[in-house]
Write a protein that binds this ligand. Structure first.
Ligand SMILES: Cc1cc2nc3c(=O)[nH]c(=O)nc-3n(C[C@H](O)[C@H](O)[C@H](O)COP(=O)(O)OP(=O)(O)OC[C@H]3O[C@@H](n4cnc5c(N)ncnc54)[C@H](O)[C@@H]3O)c2cc1C
Length: 404
């Protein structure tokens, strides 16, 4: 791995760091901590390889930064791209189009690339961190398996359902946004020629009262990037009242209620049928075709969470574990990566872990709060006020602000 040119920095060789959660935030942090000299171990609750997880991610510079600056794998090897942003009306007419390039990846493609750089020797599957305790010289993490591990630094990147959030930031709860995201993918090769032509070089929006959907191309499950071999991926935001209606929707085909997500194949059939008929009624025909051709759509209920603390002594909380923001800025993975890069900078400049974390925390809290304020406004415009105007620059993606 080439040097990133940061120059003088504190060398943490001989120190052990534990990273809890082995997804995009956790792996980015693990790679960066190793770069500072730490001996890093990652612990991921899922017992089997995660690379079957699908789903598209709009790429922002922070998410890609590991590949731009530190890896021998290049961003183009893990991403697809389009040249335009467009809005379609109910007859497939383009009502707004601008030349704005975006790139995308799939969760699986990106995860495989990060793991290829980290390696599997210190990546432990099937380990659920249940609790931790800290004393003067380190932190002990207790796992559900009975395992115990000590580190001088622990980074929790354990996602939106983070059990550590409650310990580090007591009182911070997930807040339901009032809507769910229906998600799915269809091979580009399986849609009509007309739909392919209309969608393949754009991120496309279809907006109707109290709802909107976005569609964009992502790598195939095998990582294929060629136009025509990719998948069309969508997220369709639909309002569902909190309470029994949400609980019933989020009850899987086996009868288990999930708070946050239902994977492909586990959404009750009657809900899939209702969603398909609503797609026909509400969406641009090309976009509806993508939705209708999805064999196994899946669901994510949209939640926000915003912590008041991200550092506790030698323990740091990053990514969705710290603050989860509804996805309208497409910046969740970028924020997780930005948290990890800022941690890298803080530890590079200090010889004391708790001191570095204390310096790192305020800027990262501010970043999460600012993003959350913005995406709440964006969500309200679409799902409540119906003022989501095609092409409004305030609606652009971005971690720091619209378009950047
Ligand atoms: C509908 C939707 C669309 C989105 N679109 C985008 C987008 O376009 N662009 C974007 O950047 N972001 C997007 N996001 C947000 C993005 O998915 C998250 O922000 C991102 O995955 C956060 O990464 P993370 O590593 O913090 O957490 P996660 O990816 O959730 O990973 C947490 C990991 O920790 C593991 N884990 C949990 N608890 C424990 C434990 N106790 N011990 C060990 N392991 C544990 C989990 O199994 C998981 O692997 C979207 C989100 C949604 C809901």
């Amino acid at each position: 791995v080439p040097d990133n040119g940061i120059g003088m920095r504190h060398d943490w060789t001989g120190h052990h760091a534990l990273v809890i959660g082995g997804s995009i935030g956790g792996l980015t942090a693990a790679l960066l901590l190793r770069r500072l000299g730490f001996d890093v171990s990652v612990f991921e609750r899922t017992p089997t390889s995660l690379d079957g997880r699908g789903g598209g991610i709009v790429l922002q510079p922070d998410t890609l930064r590991w590949f731009t600056e530190c890896s021998n794998q290049h961003p183009e090897q893990v991403s697809t791209s389009t040249h335009h942003v467009q809005y379609l009306d109910s007859e497939n007419r383009v009502i707004h189009r601008e030349s704005v390039p975006w790139s995308y990846t799939s969760w699986g493609t990106f995860y495989r690339a990060l793991l290829a750089d980290f390696g599997t020797a210190d990546y432990h599957l099937g380990e659920y961190a249940a609790g931790f305790d800290e004393n003067a010289d380190g932190v002990e993490v207790r796992f559900a398996s009975g395992r115990r591990e000590r580190g001088e630094l622990v980074v929790f990147a354990d996602g939106i359902g983070s059990p550590s959030r409650r310990r580090i930031s007591p009182g911070t709860e997930l807040e339901y946004a009032g809507y769910v995201g229906w998600r799915g993918t269809v091979p580009e090769s399986e849609v009509s020629a007309e739909t392919f032509e209309l969608l393949h070089d754009s991120i496309s929006y279809s907006v109707a009262p109290h709802t909107h959907i976005i569609v964009y191309p992502i790598p195939s499950p095998e990582g294929g990037l060629a136009v025509g071999e990719r998948l069309l991926n969508y997220v369709w935001y639909r309002n569902v009242p909190d309470g029994h209606a949400l609980d019933e929707l989020m009850t899987d085909t086996r009868g288990f209620v999930s708070k946050v997500s239902l994977p492909p194949g586990q959404v009750q059939r009657r809900y899939v049928e209702e969603m398909r008929s609503a797609a026909n009624e509400l969406l641009a025909p090309a976009v509806a075709e993508v939705v209708l051709r999805t064999e196994q759509p899946y669901l994510q209920a949209v939640y926000d969470a915003c912590v008041h603390r991200m550092a506790l002594g030698r323990v740091a909380l990053i990514g969705d574990a710290a603050s989860a923001a509804r996805p309208h800025a497409a910046a969740g993975t970028a924020k997780a990566a930005a948290n990890a890069w800022a941690l890298f900078d803080a530890l590079a400049e200090s010889g004391d872990i708790a001191e570095a974390l204390a310096k790192w925390e305020p800027g990262q809290l501010e970043l999460g709060q600012r993003l959350l304020r913005r995406v709440k406004e964006m969500g309200t415009r679409s799902q409540v006020d119906c003022t989501w105007t095609p092409g409004d620059p305030d609606l652009r993606f971005g971690l720091y602000g619209p378009g950047w």
